[in-house]
Design a protein around this ligand. Structure first.
Ligand code: F6P
Length: 355
C-alpha cells in the first residue's frame, strides 16, 4: 500500500518515534511505501508532500519535534478544505492516511473518513486529555521536565524564603500539574478541573509557614481557573486559532501577585511553557510512541479506518476516533485523592471551589 502520514496540532516528544515505527514496520513487514504531508493538515490542503522512507526516518527516534513539522490548520476553515485534502490524497496515490494528533487533528481525520478517505488516527497530546486512551505519548516527558524544574525551584525558593508558582501546560485538564506536582512535592496543586479560591490557597500557605516552613511551591496548570471561572489568557482572549482556542498563559504571574498580597510572602512565578514540549522524548514515551506507530500501521492493513490506536491497560487496541474526540479526558479522581492525601488543605480548597 501507499500511505500518507501527517502530524497536526502542538508538537510533543515522541512524534518522530511514531513516524519511524510506522515506516519501518510498513516497509519491513508489509512492503508499503509512504508519503509525508508537511505541517499538519496544511500539507494536505496545499499538497505539500515530502519523501518518507527508511532513510528519512533514520536516526529520528530520540529527536523532539516532528520531521513532518506541524500546524494548527483546520481544513474546515478553508474553502473546499476537506475536498482539497481528499484530492491531495488521490494525487499522491495514497491508499490510506495516518493522522497523528490530538482532538483537533483527529476531529478532521474523522470528517475526512466520513467523506470516504481511509484514515487511521494516533493519539498525541502533551496534556494527556484525549479520551479513549489511558495515556498519550509526550505526557511522560513533560512530567519529567516539569518535575525537574520543580526540584530546581525548591532550592532557590528555600534559599530566599519565597513562594514560587510554577505554571505548567494543561489547557482543559490538569494531568501535568497533578503528576509533576505530586512527583516534585509541591505544596499546592491547581488544575482546570477544580476552580480555586485564592483566599484558601493563601490560607493553606500561611498554615504551612506557621508550622515552621519558610518557603512553598505552588504548581498551576495554565488552564486553572479562579473561583469566578476566570481564565488567564495572553491577549485577553483576543486571538483564536483555527480550532477556536484562546492563547492561555499568565495564571502563574496573576496568582503570584494575589498570594503575595494576601500572605506578605515574597512570591515569584516561573512559566515552563514550551520547554515542556521540546527536546528528546523519555524512554517511556519512545516505547509508547513506537507501539502506537506499530498499532496504526497494523490497523491500516486490517482496514480499521475511522479508528485510533489506543492504550488500554498495557495493550494497544483500536477504538473509534469518535470516542476519542467525544469528550475531554479530565484527571483521574484517584490521582486527586493521591494529591489530597499528601497536600495540606487541598480538601478545603476543593470544598470552597465547589460551593
Ligand atoms: O497542545 C496542547 C498545548 O500544549 C496546551 O497545553 C497549550 O495551551 C497549547 O498547546 C499551546 O499551544 P501553542 O504551542 O500553539 O502556543
Amino acid at each position: 500500500m501507499r500511505i500518507g502520514v501527517l502530524t497536526g496540532g502542538g508538537d510533543c516528544p515522541g512524534l518522530n518515534a511514531v513516524i519511524r515505527a510506522v515506516v519501518r514496520k510498513g516497509v519491513f513487514h508489509y512492503g508499503d511505501s509512504f508519503v509525508g504531508f508537511s505541517e499538519g493538515w496544511r500539507g494536505l490542503l496545499e499538497n505539500k508532500a515530502m519523501p518518507l522512507d527508511l532513510s528519512t526516518v533514520a536516526g529520528i527516534l530520540p529527536r523532539g519535534g516532528t520531521i513532518l513539522r506541524t500546524s494548527r490548520t483546520n481544513p474546515a476553515k478553508h474553502a473546499d478544505g476537506l475536498q482539497r485534502c481528499t484530492e491531495a490524497l488521490k494525487q499522491n496515490r495514497c491508499d490510506a492516511l495516518i493522522a497523528i494528533g490530538g482532538d483537533d487533528t483527529l476531529s478532521v481525520a474523522l470528517k475526512l473518513n466520513q467523506t470516504g478517505a481511509r484514515v487511521v488516527g494516533v493519539p498525541k497530546t502533551i496534556d494527556n486529555d484525549l479520551a479513549g486512551t489511558d495515556f498519550t505519548f509526550g505526557f511522560d516527558t513533560a512530567v519529567n521536565i516539569a518535575t525537574a524544574a520543580i526540584d530546581r525551584v525548591h532550592s532557590t525558593a528555600e534559599a530566599h524564603n519565597r513562594v514560587i508558582v510554577v505554571e505548567v501546560m494543561g489547557r482543559d485538564a490538569g494531568w501535568i500539574a497533578l503528576y509533576s506536582g505530586i512527583a516534585g512535592g509541591a505544596d499546592v496543586i491547581l488544575i482546570p478541573e477544580q476552580p480555586f479560591d485564592v483566599d484558601k490557597v493563601a490560607e493553606s500557605l500561611k498554615q504551612r509557614h506557621a508550622r515552621g516552613r519558610y518557603f512553598s511551591i505552588v504548581v498551576a496548570a495554565e488552564g486553572a481557573k479562579f473561583a469566578d471561572g476566570k481564565l488567564a489568557t495572553l491577549d485577553g482572549g483576543a486571538k483564536l486559532d483555527e480550532f477556536g482556542h484562546v492563547r492561555l498563559g499568565g495564571i502563574g504571574n496573576a496568582l503570584a501577585q494575589e498570594i503575595e498580597k494576601r500572605t506578605g510572602y515574597e512570591t515569584r512565578s516561573v512559566v515552563l511553557g514550551h520547554i515542556q514540549r521540546g527536546g528528546s522524548p523519555s524512554a517511556f514515551d519512545r516505547v509508547l510512541a513506537t507501539r502506537y506507530g506499530l498499532g496504526a500501521i497494523d490497523m491500516v492493513h486490517r482496514g480499521e479506518f475511522g479508528q485510533m490506536a489506543a492504550l488500554r491497560g498495557n495493550k494497544i487496541v483500536s477504538v473509534p476516533i469518535s470516542d476519542a474526540i467525544a469528550s475531554n479526558r479530565k484527571v483521574d479522581p484517584e490521582m486527586i485523592e493521591v494529591a489530597a492525601g499528601i497536600l495540606d488543605k487541598l480538601e478545603d480548597v476543593k470544598e470552597t471551589a465547589a460551593k
